[in-house]
Design a binder for this molecule. Structure first.
Ligand SMILES: Nc1ncnc2c1ncn2[C@@H]1O[C@H](COP(=O)(O)OP(=O)(O)O)[C@@H](O)[C@H]1O
Ligand SMILES: [Mg+2]
Length: 316
């Protein structure tokens, strides 16, 4: 079943703070995560990502502040919250002396799943994660990557409304990592699951998160859509027009369009910057076409999430 898009905020952070020995480990100023969003929590090691996830699952008690998750307050209804949240914790917590299958049975029963439903979900998850052949092996004998996959299955077993994934792709091979990302997109698109992913691996996150919070030294320095943040940080966009042939007349035309800045010419390419592409590009293209320019392509210089992150974290 496809959910209709909703803009209901289902995770509301309210100055959620954790200090250890008087030193702030994380201070999540107030922001909201909408239902069905894949939200990236990005920051370098020690930024406070894991602490945030621990706070949201009630493993740690906040020093100050609170959060509301699907209408339940963390300070009052932590048990209800635990039942609607699936978490892949940093330590991939599992019972080493139980097999993969037994771990999943244990957690599934804890969430109150009925046998028929439980066994079918376990079968599907083990197959999806390529764990079927090792399902009867003790988890204590697993490699980091295999352990992580069982822990992922555990996070997913009760089809939680909110998934909190702490560095979910860190030990996975590229094929599994890409499969998992497709699966995450499907959960958000088809079931409306809200997903928070922490990562310091930016290229991994770029294509799946619609919104991000960048944290550094325990403080949130920016929250928003990736494109929105890019626009806010750089303030202008860069374009490249490629022509079949450049004619000197074109210079005058381009320079006559208001809002075009930093124009550069190289062979049959024109580079320029502008703040408001919607106002600048249509008249620019029209004028060029009227002057008989043969336009081969118009391309925007893409800035990666990595560029954004470097700029925000390191000021580069
Ligand atoms: N149990 C703890 N006791 C003391 N300090 C902690 C504890 N857990 C985390 N910290 C500190 O909090 C900060 C944030 O850590 P963490 O949330 O693990 O960062 P991240 O997951 O982004 O790498 C770090 O400075 C870390 O040393
Ligand atoms: Mg961490």
């Amino acid at each position: 079943m496809y959910m209709t898009p909703s803009s209901r905020s289902v995770v509301v952070l309210e100055k959620l703070t954790k200090s250890f020995n008087g030193k702030i480990a994380v201070y999540q100023n107030s922001y909201e995560i909408e239902e069905g969003t894949i939200f990236g929590l990005l920051g370098p090691n020690g930024a406070g990502k894991t602490t945030t996830i621990r706070l949201l699952t009630g493993v740690l008690k906040p020093s100050e502040g609170d959060a509301e998750i699907y209408g339940y307050r963390l300070s009052r209804n932590v048990n209800v919250i635990r039942s609607i949240v699936g978490v892949l914790p940093e330590n991939r917590a599992l019972y080493d002396r139980l097999t993969a299958q037994e771990n999943l049975e244990f957690y599934g029963k804890l969430y109150g799943l009925k046998d028929s439903e439980l066994y079918e979900r376990i079968r599907n998850l083990l197959a999806f994660l390529d764990l079927h052949d090792v399902k009867d092996t003790f988890v204590g004998k697993f490699s980091m990557g295999m352990r992580q996959k069982v822990a992922l299955a555990r996070a997913l077993i009760h089809q939680p409304k909110l998934l909190l994934l702490d560095e979910p792709t860190s030990n996975l091979d590229p094929v599994m990592s890409s499969k998992l990302k497709d699966y995450i997109k499907e959960l958000s698109g088809k079931l409306g699951t809200t997903i928070l992913i922490s990562s310091h691996h930016l290229a991994e996150i770029e294509n799946i998160c619609s919104k991000i919070a960048i944290i550094n030294n325990g403080h949130v320095i920016s929250v928003g859509g990736i494109n929105e943040l890019k626009r806010k940080i750089w303030g202008y966009r860069e374009f490249e027009i490629k022509l079949l042939e450049f004619k000197p007349d074109f210079k005058k035309i381009i320079e006559s369009i208001s809002g075009v800045a930093d124009i550069m010419y190289s062979d049959n390419k024109i580079f320029y910057k502008c703040v408001d592409a919607e106002k600048v590009n249509p008249p620019l293209i029209k004028a060029l076409v009227q002057a008989d320019a043969k336009i081969l392509s118009l391309k925007e210089t893409e800035r990666t999430l990595e560029d954004l992150y470097m700029k925000l974290i390191r000021g580069e």
